[in-house]
Design a protein around this ligand. Structure first.
Ligand SMILES: Cc1cc2nc3c(=O)[nH]c(=O)nc-3n(C[C@H](O)[C@H](O)[C@H](O)COP(=O)(O)O)c2cc1C
Length: 194
């Protein structure tokens, strides 16, 4: 069983996946589970995961990702959507999350902190930042399972919104391309440890 650091060291962004090599339903379930368990500020979990494995929808999403090869050749895609409007302090969504997060205790103090923190004009970027934690969990889970992955932030947001019928108040944070990578890990480029 590889260690977590093995998975971190072996993960790389794959831009070309092997054709005809599907990601199984149970693998997709594990990836979503890894995302579901990601931490989020105030425990708000402001994300939705859209799984795409059908050929036509995958092709349309790849096109919305400017036909990047990683998206075009992926066996499956997970689109992480940020639930921005749900984060309004007066929303039913926030109330439900805070009641769960408070574990039966009073929610007044968490509400007070959240109202002091919340800024409508900054919440979209903040929600996307939360989604990137879920993405990181999924990328590492994929590496741990021996699957290739590529995070894709380069996409035409309006086109993705149309293809996926994303409702008003929600915004795509990231697309994750998944599959069996067609090549071995390239040399890793990182700044020195020091
Ligand atoms: C938020 C985010 C968005 C990214 N968007 C793209 C993208 O649109 N297309 C792409 O090929 N790679 C994308 N990448 C992958 C990076 O280019 C890659 O992580 C970086 O070059 C380091 O390489 P490595 O992932 O192989 O270690 C993205 C990565 C992150 C974290």
């Amino acid at each position: 069983m590889p260690t977590l650091l093995d998975a971190i060291q072996h993960r790389y962004s794959c831009r070309q996946f092997v054709a005809g090599h599907a990601v199984s339903t149970s693998e997709m379930d594990l990836l979503r589970e890894a995302g579901r368990l990601a931490p989020s500020a105030f425990g708000l979990e402001p994300w939705r995961f859209i799984t795409v494995t059908g050929d036509a929808e995958r092709a349309a999403i790849a096109h919305a990702c400017y036909d990047q090869p990683a998206a075009a050749t992926a066996a499956a895609l997970i689109v992480i959507v940020a639930r921005v409007d749900a984060l309004d302090p007066d929303s039913d969504y926030v109330r439900a999350q805070f009641e769960a997060e408070a574990r039966g205790e009073d929610t007044a103090s968490i509400y007070e902190a959240y109202r002091a923190f919340y800024r409508k004009d900054g919440v979209a970027a903040w929600a996307r930042g939360q989604c990137h934690f879920a993405a990181a969990h999924m990328l590492l889970q994929a590496a741990h399972m021996g699957l290739g992955s590529c995070p894709i932030g380069g996409f035409d947001e309006a086109a993705l919104t149309a293809v996926l019928n994303i409702p008003p108040g929600e915004f795509t944070a990231l697309v994750i391309a998944l599959g069996h990578c067609a090549y071995t890990a390239p040399q890793r480029m990182r700044k020195d440890f020091d």
